[in-house]
Design a binder for this molecule. Sequence first.
Ligand SMILES: [Zn+2]
Ligand SMILES: [Zn+2]
Length: 204
Amino acid sequence: MPGTRIPEEKIRETIAFHGHWCPGLATGIRVAEVALERVGRAGDEEIVAVAESDTCAVDAVQFLTGCTVGKGNLVLQNIGKMAFCFYRRRDGKAVRIVSRPGFSRGSSEEYRDLQEKSNSEILSEEERARFRHLREEHCSRILNAEIEELFSIGQPSKPVPPHAPMKRSLLCESCGEMVMETKARLSDGRILCPQCFEIEVPRP
Ligand SMILES: [Zn+2]
Ligand SMILES: [Zn+2]
């Protein structure tokens, strides 16, 4: 049987975490599925994920794989691609999962047209219902597809990102707020946070 191996209850929890059901989240659920199979779950293993875009899919990956932005084991390297890399530190096993072009573009021309229209104008009651239906259909299609139809799976071209060490904080000499050492700026020998630096040293 093709289709996701993530249990229905987990899918419901993922939707609750994200706040709505959408094709991006469905895609993220399938990404997480591949990651869990190939490298395991963060917490059981030391896993680092790199997301190549900041889409709805990221929330499914965070919720299901245990790699999160807050813990620093999910790094957003937003280059606008629906792609994720996962690295297991223990043995260096890694995988890169990229959406295939056909699937991400929606189930039909009608769906894409309605999506485009909804970005620029208010849809009629009828159009909204149709859009919801097509969207729902697209989500199910993603959940039920073979992994090979959805993604091409290969090796990351970049090595695992380095450990994120705890960073020292410094006091900004203008606003008096703490700022991470790595983000602090120097202006005439004074330590400034990026915001105060912008104000005091405007870009030409
Ligand atoms: Zn979403
Ligand atoms: Zn400041």
